[in-house]
Design a binder for this molecule. Structure first.
Ligand code: ADP
Ligand code: MG
Length: 343
């Protein structure tokens, strides 16, 4: 849905542009004392809580492709990837800043779209935009978001902390975002070869949404609090299950044994993987950007999460020095390797 009018960025001036873009962002979070518009934002930390701080940089052509990424989705996702990192510390995100480097190919209307996605993220997650920086760049666009959040010190979960026999738990289902990207890339190739041919995206809604509109699992942070479960270690899945398991293992000084038949894969992911001649388990292990949470819990907490549809227990921690093992559906064992994802 392209905007038909085009207002050049240069026509507004830096201050006019910033004021224009942030005008609909009304701070709602109690701890926001001063939002965008001064030299710096002011945040009042909740009494006795620690501040969690994270940042992520997205670069056009490296982390996103505007041929199939609507700017509104890009704005939403740029916020979400940061909120997901705050959630992965078992903290609640509260504020963020946005730094933008944009070339003149972007219009005011394009940036309005980008900011409408960020506004949607503010509304969904109850967070405030409290500032940023804006500059020009020769080509393309780069967006850097810095987010903060809070929680009581004893609630925060690091990547270290898993102990042998702890259970390994993952939220939601995996592999969808990677398959969504494959479909979008496939349709881009078709379009480039024959412009005018409509992309074939029907029937792939789930995997495309997983790629273009990921969510941060703040609901899981809240649920764990309600259930009185504190993960012994936690990480979010941005690079694929395999590599995140290896991060937990290295940071916690332990190893993991994972069972293929326990890895949650949705029916949509199954059928899409089949169609693309891919193994759904490989998509879950090595695909990226699902933004689910992967964490360990003490076995004593198993009863509290048992049967909850948000959680899948996929394995357990083993002593350091053992290999990180996937036990396959056929009963074989393979060592988990980090394929990683785009840096
Ligand atoms: P300074 O010269 O002090 O860096 P700026 O002119 O860059 O100030 O920014 C003015 C105000 O607008 C600041 O409060 C800043 O946080 C905010 N701001 C600047 N760019 C953005 C942006 N892209 N999105 C949101 N707020 C922004
Ligand atoms: Mg500035």
């Amino acid at each position: 849905m392209e905007n038909t009018t085009r207002t050049e960025l240069s026509s507004m001036g830096e201050f006019g542009l910033i004021n224009h873009l942030v005008q609909y962002f009304i701070p709602k979070v109690d701890s926001t004392i001063k939002d965008a518009g001064d030299d710096a934002a002011i945040v009042s930390p909740p009494l006795g809580e620690h501040l969690v701080l994270t940042t992520d940089l997205l670069v056009e052509g490296v982390h996103f492709d505007l041929m199939y990424t609507p700017l509104k989705h890009l704005g939403y996702k740029a916020v979400i990837v940061n909120l997901s990192d705050v959630c992965a510390m078992n903290a609640k995100p509260t504020q963020f800043t946005v730094s933008l480097a944009v070339s003149s190919k972007y219009s005011v209307e394009a940036l309005e779209e980008l900011y409408s996605g960020m506004l949607a993220a503010c509304e969904t997650y109850g967070v405030d935009l409290v500032g940023g920086d804006t500059t020009t760049i020769a080509n393309g666009c780069a967006i850097s978001i810095t987010a903060i959040g809070f929680n009581k010190p004893e609630k925060l979960s690091l990547r270290s902390g898993a102990k042998p026999n702890d259970l390994l738990v993952v939220t939601g289902d995996l592999g969808g975002a990677y398959l969504g990207l494959q479909i979008l890339e496939r349709e881009k190739e078709v379009f480039l070869a024959a412009p005018g041919v409509q992309p074939l995206l029907e029937g792939y809604d789930y995997v495309i949404a997983r790629q273009l509109k990921p969510e941060a699992r703040l609901d899981v942070v809240q649920l764990l609090e309600q259930l009185e479960v504190k993960p012994t270690a936690m990480i979010d899945i941005s690079d694929g299950l395999s590599s995140e398991i290896i991060h937990l293992a290295e940071n916690s000084n332990c190893s993991f044994r994972v069972f293929e038949d326990k890895i949650p894969v949705s029916p949509e992911v199954q059928s899409c993987a089949k169609e693309l001649n891919m193994d759904p388990t490989t998509c879950a292990l090595n695909g990226g950007e699902d933004y689910e949470l992967l964490f360990t819990i003490s076995m004593d907490d198993y009863e509290k999460i048992k049967g909850n549809p948000n959680f899948s227990v996929i394995g357990h921690a083993t002593p350091v020095g053992e290999k990180n093992i996937l036990e396959t559906k056929g009963g074989g064992v393979v060592e988990l390797k980090a394929q990683g994802w785009k840096i």
